[in-house]
Design a protein around this ligand. Structure first.
Ligand code: PLP
Length: 282
């Protein structure tokens, strides 16, 4: 395996990060996970746009032009012979003597890795659907920034795993689902509309979420962007989650209770098909 580290392609095992990198000391950095299908980056424009936005919210300069970032992503995938998989991109504020306030002259540190993924395995999983458990959302007020500070997300995912589930849906103090630990949350309401939480600082605006909203709108599916409670999700006709690595994944159980008839929903399946076509066609 090959890693891109600050301008160089190195054997993965030789990719080193400085002990005073602020990403390591303060989680002072951001990341993107971009899918690769048939050797092409999926929705790269939206990923680059979100990377720029996350960096700008943290006042970290973009380390190179978006076009150059894309070229490095493609080259990292190519050097790892990844035709179907993901590229991981991380940018931190860089190396500086430890001090909470921003250093005056740090150079952003950029790391990229790539790995193959078994998208057929994901498709098989989607045929059965996955279980979700609810956990309290203990994160901060800027979940719209794709920051590498992911400890609450890791705790949530581990709890899901411990409880035999695929994902944890995080619930805010008012009882509304925010999103999954690494996915966006959706339901289909009694009128057959798809519902997902509106964009705000409380969720990450997923690229899969954005792409699917567009595909659903193009297909004439009714969409409502609003928050929904855990109770509403449990009583929903269908439920699903979206992310770069899961695509559109049916949710068939929430906290041990079946969603709908306990099988993947029909609208969910249609949306999944249309997303897979979209991702494969880019
Ligand atoms: N929400 C959170 C907290 C995430 O970490 C992710 C992806 O990692 C998502 C949602 C889904 O975003 P995307 O569709 O861009 O992968």
């Amino acid at each position: 395996r090959i890693a891109y580290v600050n301008g160089r392609y190195l054997p993965h095992c030789d990719g080193m990060v400085h002990i005073e990198d602020r990403g390591y000391q303060f989680a002072d950095g951001v990341y993107e996970v971009t899918a690769v299908r048939n050797g092409r980056m999926v929705d790269s424009d939206m990923h680059l746009e979100r990377l720029e936005r996350s960096l700008s919210e943290l006042r970290i300069p973009m380390p190179m032009s978006p076009r150059a970032v894309l070229a490095v992503m493609e080259e990292t995938a190519r050097r790892n012979r990844v035709r179907d998989g993901i590229v991981y991109t991380q940018v931190t504020r860089g190396v500086a003597r430890r001090d909470h306030a921003f250093p005056k002259a740090a150079k952003p540190a950029v790391v990229m890795t790539a790995k193959s993924m078994d998208f057929d395995g994901i498709a098989r999983k989607a045929g059965e659907g996955v279980k979700v458990v609810s956990v309290r959302d203990i994160r901060w007020d800027r979940c719209d920034i794709k920051s590498v500070s992911l400890l609450p997300n890791c705790l949530a995912k581990q709890e899901a795993k411990d409880r035999g589930a695929f994902e944890a849906w995080m619930v805010d103090d008012e009882g509304y689902v925010t999103e999954g630990s690494s996915t966006n949350a959706w339901i289909v309401d009694a009128d057959g509309r798809i519902v997902t939480r509106e964009v705000s600082p409380n969720i990450l605006n997923g690229i899969t979420r954005r792409a699917l909203l567009q595909l659903a709108a193009d297909a004439g599916t009714e969409i409502v962007e609003r928050r929904f409670t855990l109770e509403e999700a449990m009583a929903a006709r269908e439920a699903f989650l979206t992310s770069t690595t899961s695509f559109v994944m049916p949710v068939v159980e929430i906290d041990g209770r079946p969603v709908g008839n306990g099988a993947p929903g029909m609208l969910t399946e249609r949306l999944r098909q249309s997303y897979v076509e979209h991702a494969t066609a880019v």
